[in-house]
Each structure stands twice: as C-alpha cells, then as structure tokens.
Design a binder for this molecule. Structure first.
Ligand SMILES: [Zn+2]
Ligand SMILES: [Zn+2]
Ligand SMILES: [Zn+2]
Ligand SMILES: [Zn+2]
Ligand SMILES: [Zn+2]
Length: 207
C-alpha cells in the first residue's frame, strides 16, 4: 500500500524492515515515536488511528484533543497512550536512511529520485496533474502545471471560495452548539424524571 499518490518505492522488498510502519507497511513518513514504549508510526497513520474512534469526521480534531485521547492505545503493544505522548523522531541517521530511499515519480516516470528530494522534484514536474485550488467546491478542472494559471484566472469558484469557507465554519460552529444544547436538554429531562419519581414515592407515603 503506497502512502503517496505521487511516487512509488523502488525495490520495496529490499527496504530495511526497521524503516517500515506497522500500520501502513510502507517506509515511515514524518515518523512519530511514543515516549513510553518507543513504538514508531507515520504521523498520518497514528493520527488516523486515534481519530477513527469518533463517529464523524467533522469533529476529528476535537475528539483527538479531548474526549477520546484518554482512551487510546499503542497499536503495537496496547500501552495506554495519548496523541501528545508521541514526539517526532529526530535521530539523524534514521531520518537520513528514510530520505535516501529511492522512489519513482508516478507522473513523469523519472526514477531513482531520493525521497528527501521528491518535493523539489514535484514542484518542477511538468507531468503532474493538478486540481483546481477550488476542487473542494466541486470545480472538477484538472490539468498540468503550465495550464493552471490560465484556469485560475477564469475559475468562478475560486472567487467565492473565501466566503464559502466562512459560511461552512459558521455551520460547523452552530451544529456543535446544537449538540451541546441537545445534551443539556437530555440531562435536564433525566433530572426531571428523577424528581418525578421522588415526588411519586412521597405521594404514596402520604396516602
Ligand atoms: Zn504508516
Ligand atoms: Zn476523530
Ligand atoms: Zn507500543
Ligand atoms: Zn515527475
Ligand atoms: Zn476551478
């Protein structure tokens, strides 16, 4: 399973096992290491593992940082961990080994690019197919780097993008508020039912 859409590893089978993430089975990308047990995972893999616990994607960030973070475990040894127990790996030789892995660009098929240099390659790769910056607003334009400026200058969706982002944030905030109110109402209903039971018992006593 490849983590990047833009490159594939060359001789993937010959890659040192110590460089592989146990979640995605690919070489680590942006590795994070758990302070307590020392197990290491890609940042994206471990973040996804932690936030898959929530029911909707919308509140992912929230649930990483409060309710669910206390309930998570290391995927390898089941040690109790929070996301904040992970720190970025800074061991140079380890990172160098990862950066020196050879990859092949899926767009232009150029081979033997060191992974650490791939970003530079991609920013100049003439074959890469880019999406419109307003793709999240359903603009389905796709094209090569040399055509994107022409599209951006005429794309109507890019002009309204800031406004729509603002509105979407507002809707998210409001649905969060509605959720809170809903919980409050449920709590109060519970209390009313409880009081009602007490009143009923007292009424029976007084008969
Ligand atoms: Zn991974
Ligand atoms: Zn989540
Ligand atoms: Zn562990
Ligand atoms: Zn390329
Ligand atoms: Zn567009």
């Amino acid at each position: 399973m490849a983590t990047s859409n833009s490159y594939e590893y060359i001789n993937e089978r010959s890659i040192n096992e110590e460089l592989l993430c146990s979640i995605c089975t690919d070489p680590f990308e942006d590795p994070l290491c758990a302070n307590q047990c020392g197990h290491t995972f890609c940042r994206k893999c471990i973040t996804d593992t932690f936030c898959r616990k929530c029911i909707t994607d919308t509140f992912c960030r929230k649930c990483i940082t409060d309710t669910f973070r206390d309930m998570s475990r290391c995927p390898t040894c089941r040690h109790d961990l929070k996301l904040e127990d992970f720190h970025p790996v800074t061991i140079r030789p380890f990172l160098n080994q990862l950066n020196q892995l050879l990859v092949k660009c899926k767009w232009c098929s150029q081979s033997n690019i060191e992974r650490g240099n791939f970003k530079d390659h991609l920013s100049n790769c003439v074959e890469e197919i880019l999406s419109c910056p307003a793709a999240n607003l359903k603009c389905d334009w796709k094209g090569k780097r040399d055509k994107i400026q022409d599209h951006v200058s005429i794309c109507p969706l890019i002009k309204v993008q800031p406004m729509i982002v603002e509105l979407t944030d507002l809707v998210k905030q409001q649905s969060e508020q509605i959720r809170c109110l809903d919980t409050l109402v449920k709590q109060q209903l519970g209390q009313i039912r409880f009081l009602y039971t007490i009143l009923e018992t007292q009424a029976k006593h007084n008969q």
